[in-house]
Write a protein that binds this ligand. Structure first.
Ligand code: AHR
Length: 501
């Protein structure tokens, strides 16, 4: 074999929180309108939700879904989305230069979640708004005592509270593009005041404070430290956001993305624990990796995706961020999932950004079909099979050299174990066929030598597992996502070109 992996239950990481398999739905482009909600579509139900999309989201296996943004939330008035639909205002959405019709709001989104079987995670607007509006929304959503807000909720058809557990205190407030962007000190104070007040209404909420929009942000690190110095006692999670893409056709460099994600997580953990140490506290702040994916944000021509519309045009549900994912993207995506599982002790929540049409595993056409992109498969398989506890899987596989990240192992793996069995997840990051059998990390190999799928034979040592279980094991199912063409994709014209064997 070219590589060996060892399955040993003693290499325990942590129990896996189902929230690791969360998603994200933003009012952005055709995500809601023409995505999940399309009255008049042949597959739409009596409330206008596409049942074909509901079935695909169920198959994807998404636990908690973050809503309603994203950049959108930083200018959103949640009250616009409640009450009789014909009285709801049309508003400008500054984040995506679009018109928001407000046909879908909190009640409708909850009705959709009931169909897909996922939990709601809400973000409050700390861009154009502040503590009071966050409190109003929390009271409307979670309180059981008759008040003006809860009476209004009942009048809008929902007697019992929504009971939303997880709340994001704004979105990407470190980003200069964010409506209402603040510096770390101002945001930290606002988040702290808002968190304290929210807990006065509902002490059981779990709160996520904004970390950096990416590890490459100029304020990364100091942002986390300053924000946590203000909010440490009042929040449970700090967020991480990260998107990856292939640059300049360099597949090998792109395949190292999981290492960047791992360093991001480990850096944020180090900062959070440093703040804990200075506060002489045993409390551990967890990570909510509430935006992750492959996203072709930076285009070859220097423009950024999502900034197509300027000036006079404010379209409703325009085609935005409709990335088409190929086999290579799915491999990187699988590695990101493995990386999240490898950090299950501190990453207790994660949201794939996003779900339908917008940088999404599921695509739709108005009046037409819905189909699975390549990235659908690693998510659905991992969500279905990763249960119980996560296990470290040491792999000796040789390595390549990434320009940005140094030496990177060719293979990356993690396993999970519960009473039903063991699942092993492995990704091959190498684009070149190994030249010599690996011994430990081995001598780094360069990435040169042509780009193409590199078959690697992997031997899995089950002896420690068999010893621990006290009985033999058998393979129940195996799945392989592979394509001879790294750039093959599923499209409207060919919806099943890439699949799983
Ligand atoms: O997911 C798309 C956008 O990426 C989100 O709105 C924002 O939070 C991030 O910059």
């Amino acid at each position: 074999p070219d590589a060996t992996a060892r399955l040993d239950p003693h290499h325990d990481i942590a129990d896996i929180d189902r929230r690791l398999f969360g998603g994200f739905v933003e009012h952005l482009g055709r995500h809601i309108y023409d995505g999940i909600f399309e009255p008049g579509h042949p597959a739409a139900d009596d409330e206008g939700f596409r049942t074909d999309v509901v079935e695909l989201v169920k198959e994807l296996g998404v636990s908690t879904i973050r809503y309603p943004g994203g950049n959108f939330v930083s200018g959103y008035r949640w009250e616009d989305g409640i009450g009789p639909k014909d009285e709801r205002p049309r508003r400008l959405d500054l984040a995506w230069h679009s018109t928001e019709t407000n046909e879908v709001g909190l009640h409708e989104f909850q009705a959709w979640l009931d169909r897909v079987g996922s939990d709601l995670m809400l973000a409050v607007n700390l861009g154009t708004r502040g503590t009071q509006e966050a409190l109003d929304l929390l009271e409307y959503a979670n309180v059981d005592t008759p008040t003006q807000w809860t009476d209004q909720r009942a009048a809008n058809g929902r007697e019992r509270p929504f009971g939303v557990k997880m709340w994001c205190l704004g979105n990407e407030m470190d980003g200069p593009w964010q409506v209402g962007h603040r510096n770390a000190d101002d945001y930290g104070k606002l988040a702290m005041r808002t968190a304290k007040a929210m807990r006065m209404i509902d002490p059981d909420v779990e709160l996520v404070v904004c970390g950096s929009s990416g590890r490459g942000m100029p304020t990364f690190g100091s942002w986390e430290r300053q924000v946590l110095e203000h909010t440490f006692d009042d929040v449970d999670y700090i967020s991480c956001h990260s998107y990856y893409q292939e640059h300049d056709g360099n597949a090998q460099e792109f395949l190292a993305s999981g290492v960047d994600m791992a360093r991001f997580i480990e850096s944020v953990v180090a900062i959070a624990d440093t703040v804990a140490a200075t506060k002489k506290s045993d409390k551990r702040i967890m990570i909510s990796f509430d935006e992750w994916n492959v996203w072709y944000l930076h285009r070859e021509d220097g423009s950024e995706s999502g900034h197509e519309f300027k000036g006079g045009a404010w379209p409703v549900a325009p085609r935005l961020l409709e990335d088409k994912y190929n086999a290579l993207d799915a491999v990187v995506f699988g590695d990101l999932l493995i990386t999240l599982l490898q950090h299950a002790d501190r990453v207790r929540s994660a949201s794939l950004a996003q779900l339908v049409n917008v940088i999404a595993p599921i695509m739709t056409e108005p009046g037409g079909p819905a189909w699975r992109q390549t990235t659908f498969f690693p998510f659905s398989i991992t969500s279905r099979l990763a249960h119980g506890r996560a296990m470290r899987v040491p792999v000796s596989s040789g390595s390549f050299v990434s320009q940005k990240l140094g030496e990177v192992a060719n293979l990356n793996a993690v396993a999970t174990i519960d009473d039903d069995g063991v699942s092993l997840f492995v990704v091959n990051r190498s684009t070149t066929v190994p030249t010599a059998p690996p011994h430990g990390a081995g001598a780094p190999r360069g990435a040169s030598g042509g780009v193409g799928p590199a078959a690697t034979r992997l031997r899995v040592d089950l002896a420690p597992l068999v010893r621990e279980l006290g009985r033999d094991v058998a393979i129940v199912e195996t799945h392989l996502l592979h394509d001879d063409d790294l750039y093959a994709a599923n499209t409207l014209a060919d919806q099943t070109r890439v699949g799983v064997r």
